[in-house]
Design a protein around this ligand. Structure first.
Ligand code: PEP
Ligand code: MG
Length: 372
């Protein structure tokens, strides 16, 4: 048993020593982060924050949605901030010394709102005696209801529509990093803005984030640098990557949404609706949600990487969609020259092996062509 473990370690180390791509993990809690580290993760490439607003915290989210003025909104955010701070502290601790990319909240709004049917029934049954808060909540939920939530009020749009929401998260990140540093740790935060389609969206969020980082720096006397970057997960973002790179210190390709929006396929519905027929007809051999579609989605990734590098030489480039753990897609990421892939903790070993293999193969190919 021990020999096998040693052999596997050697192979992994060999792969790492040859690889150009780093392998990071997608993780949003300390336990998964520690596990990812044991699997050899070089950091966290995607810490989704939307799950942090569910469970007990739903009450606070309802308050935020119902807030009728700045004071009410601020009260809800003030309750959320220390909770977020401790979320981030735990993750920084587990990933001490390694980069942690925290993505500002990106919920499809319907997952985040109270259930409309349940709420309607409750209000209807109560008739005139219905709770005033329930009525207001129902009104708000009706107002926010969307036919296409995945194309609706998500990501950066939500941050721009709810004042203070992203700011609260940025402050929590900065405070958590300062606290870790004070405790002797080495936090490496990276702040990531989701679903950007236009540089103007990013600029607005970046300016606010920078001001908050400066404020926390001045207040705490602790200077923890934090990169601010964006996801590239809409075709428009890929096509205007040159402009976007002027305002972004890194790009991370969100190939789940980029596949959805490039093909016009719903991430949530296609599987049942028509994918088996498409596979049967050979329209594609594998689902483009599993293996990156080089001709379409991949072409956008290449364009964005090229334009991004032109505008900001050395810009850090990664990928954090499900493709980050798929061998063929990892190979593609190597070819495009990304800096890292990020995948679920359990897929890290496979991604590390593939990153090494892609580099060894490429070296072999260039030696071959040299001798010809
Ligand atoms: C993506 O779209 O590829 C991504 C990583 O973000 P999410 O899956 O959370 O939308
Ligand atoms: Mg996405």
């Amino acid at each position: 048993g021990d020999d096998l473990v040693t052999a596997v370690h050697r192979i992994m180390e060999h792969a790492d020593s040859r690889a150009a791509l780093k392998v990071r993990a997608n993780s949003d809690n300390p336990g998964d982060s520690a596990r990812a580290r044991r699997f050899g993760a070089a950091g966290i490439g995607l810490c989704r924050t939307e799950h942090m607003f569910l469970g007990d915290r739903r009450q606070l989210v309802e308050k935020l949605i119902l807030a009728e003025d700045d004071a009410e909104r601020k009260a809800a955010l003030d309750h959320l901030e220390p909770l977020q701070k401790s979320d981030f502290e735990g993750i920084f601790e587990a990933m001490d010394g390694l980069p942690v990319t925290i993505r500002l909240i990106d919920p499809p709004l319907h997952e985040f709102l109270p259930d409309i049917t349940e709420l309607s029934v409750r209000v209807a049954l109560a008739g005139d005696g219905a709770d005033a808060k329930d009525r207001r909540l129902l009104e708000a939920v009706n107002r926010l209801h969307e036919q296409n939530p995945m194309l609706g009020l998500r990501g950066v749009r939500l941050g721009l529509v709810i004042p203070g929401l992203f700011g609260m998260q940025v402050r929590a990140i900065a405070e958590a990093a300062a606290a870790r540093r004070r405790a002797g740790g080495d936090p490496r935060p990276e702040i990531m803005i989701p679903l950007v389609g236009a540089v103007q969206e990013l600029e607005a969020v970046r300016d606010e984030a920078r001001a908050i980082l400066d404020e926390v720096r001045a207040g705490s006397g602790i200077d923890v640098p934090a990169l601010i970057g964006t996801m590239i997960e809409l075709p428009r973002a890929a096509l205007t990557a040159g402009q976007i790179a002027e305002a972004a210190e890194f790009f991370s390709f969100g190939t789940n949404d980029l596949t959805q929006t490039t093909w016009g396929f719903s991430r949530d519905d296609v599987e049942a609706a028509f994918f088996s027929r498409y596979l049967e007809l050979g329209i594609f051999g594998v689902s483009p949600f599993e293996t990156l579609d080089r001709e379409g989605v991949g072409r956008l990734v290449r364009i964005a990487a090229e334009e991004g590098r032109k505008a900001r030489p050395g810009i850090k480039l990664g990928i954090c969609g499900e493709h980050g753990g798929d061998p063929d897609s990892v190979h593609f990421c190597h070819e495009v020259g990304l800096d890292y892939v990020s995948c679920s903790p359990f897929r890290i070993p496979v991604a590390r092996l593939e990153a090494g293999r892609a580099a060894i193969e490429a070296a072999g190919a260039s030696e071959g062509s040299d001798s010809r």
